[in-house]
Design a binder for this molecule. Sequence first.
Ligand SMILES: N[C@@H](CCC(=O)N[C@@H](CS)C(=O)NCC(=O)O)C(=O)O
Length: 322
Amino acid sequence: MGLLVKGEWHDQWYDTKSNDGEFARSESQIRNWVTKDGSAGPSGKAGFKAEAGRYHLYVAMACPWAHRVLIFRKLKGLESMISVSVLNPLMAEHGWTFEEAPGVVSDPIINARYMYQIYTATDPNYSGRVTIPVLWDKQQGCIVNNESGELIRMLNSAFDDIGALPGDYYPATLRAEIDELNALIYPNVNNGVYKAGFATTQRAYEQAVIPLFTTLDKLDERLAKQRYLVGTQITEADWRLFTTLIRFDAVYYGHFKCNIKRIADYEHLSGYLRELYQWPGIKDTINFSHIKQHYYRSHNTINPTGIVPVGPELDLDRPHGR
Ligand SMILES: N[C@@H](CCC(=O)N[C@@H](CS)C(=O)NCC(=O)O)C(=O)O
């Protein structure tokens, strides 16, 4: 695990010492948008028109942020339009790599060995963390955007006039409510599990794990009254929550010490999780072997032996009852 400093790779773990034991996620830096006509989006520059075959996506099956984008590529039927590379689940001294292993899909663009080469191919002097997901423009030979929250919005609508499947997961009438839910779920749940897991003081850990579970309790109550987070229609907010829930009992409960309860113990969240897991196409976006290997083998400050647990049994195909 490391980062680029002026285009040079440095092997370095997250610095929590200068931050009272707390993990702080850094902001994604490359923020251009693919749009229907190539005009500029809410940030970055113009010139990225939605076209079949033009863009390439870099993901790891382990990563919940990349998982969001894979889900939107699937829901919107964009698999033939946007190609994909899958990184090796182990993130070690070279960061994300394309090293061969079952489920890895190599890089067709520059035949990179390491993910950081994709960043330096965009900017030879790049400084910052080398995160995935990343969307690459084959035409201009550069990264378009490396922020999953924005990538799913592009996939949601930019390709609609050139053959994407119908479905709007961020409809104008529900945006305010979706934004409000994201603002609750991102810091407390999606990133909350990481803040608990990467904390290096008892205080920082408890400051993350308590709000994580009070938020899950709240969401469980909400899902007692309605099928999806904003009511009767599935939206972006559900899929953003899903990528954390699906990893929870297998990884976050043990590895990240988020063990007040399992998702399986929640009356409504557990059925909701099964419904989304059973949604057409979604299983293709999940690889539990990559998920478990990534977390248990990559974070050797947390799990120095690198042993990957065999369980738990999840039984996600059981009827969801919703
Ligand atoms: N804000 C980014 C976060 C992505 C992210 O942190 N991805 C992790 C993998 S789960 C990563 O690549 N981490 C490498 C690092 O932090 O050095 C997004 O949502 O797209």
